[in-house]
Design a protein. Structure first.
Length: 187
């Protein structure tokens, strides 16, 4: 992390010294977090918070709000139409059909039209909204309330059947448009 921080610092210094910092959109993201024994795991191959909640920083003070944290569901695929929109591509969400531009969120609007962020790994699927994460794996359903349980330790699927049903239907709709599920390879 120290190495990455130093390299970003070098980039920012160069942009500032060339007077281009104010004209540059900076997007920094990671692809996943890591497990350190959380949920009894040491690998990322799950749909729990530690694997899905990635770091992302977007900065362009000339246009976007600064020092804000946004809990709205986003997917890394949203960066494609976001960059299209910033580059002036007409209808960016149509040009990149698997994502939704997050420019409205960066400008302080409450939504960009996305209700859920969807994820899939090894035949399991998840839907995450601003409060809940629903996971289904081999017919087992899990629902976590991030407001009362940010570490996803208590499955509340039986306590909140309406929420589970809403999110289950969303996953099923998404699966119809996302292509076939490919089973994991066995060696």
């Amino acid at each position: 992390m120290a190495f990455m921080d130093a390299q970003i610092g070098r980039l920012l210094e160069t942009l500032e010294s060339s007077a281009e910092l104010k004209n540059t959109v900076i997007i920094f993201f990671s692809d996943h977090s890591i497990f350190l024994g959380n949920h009894g795991r040491l690998h990322k191959g799950t749909l729990f918070e530690e694997a899905l909640n990635t770091s992302m920083i977007v900065s362009w003070p000339k246009r976007f709000l600064t020092d804000q944290t946004n809990p709205h569901p986003m997917e890394l695929m949203d960066l494609v139409p976001t960059t299209f929109e910033l580059a002036g591509v007409p209808a960016p969400n149509k040009a990149a059909q698997n994502g939704l531009s997050i420019v409205p969120l960066l400008e302080g609007k409450e939504t960009n039209g996305r209700t859920y962020a969807f994820s899939e790994i090894l035949g399991a699927q998840a839907a995450t909204d601003a409060r809940y994460r629903y996971i289904v794996s081999e017919g087992v359903e899990m629902l976590y309330d991030h407001q009362s349980d940010p570490y996803e330790m208590k499955n509340v699927v039986s306590e909140l059947p309406e929420v589970a049903d809403r999110m289950r239907r969303a996953v099923k709709r998404w699966m119809k448009t996302s292509g076939p599920v490919h089973p994991p390879k066995t060696f």
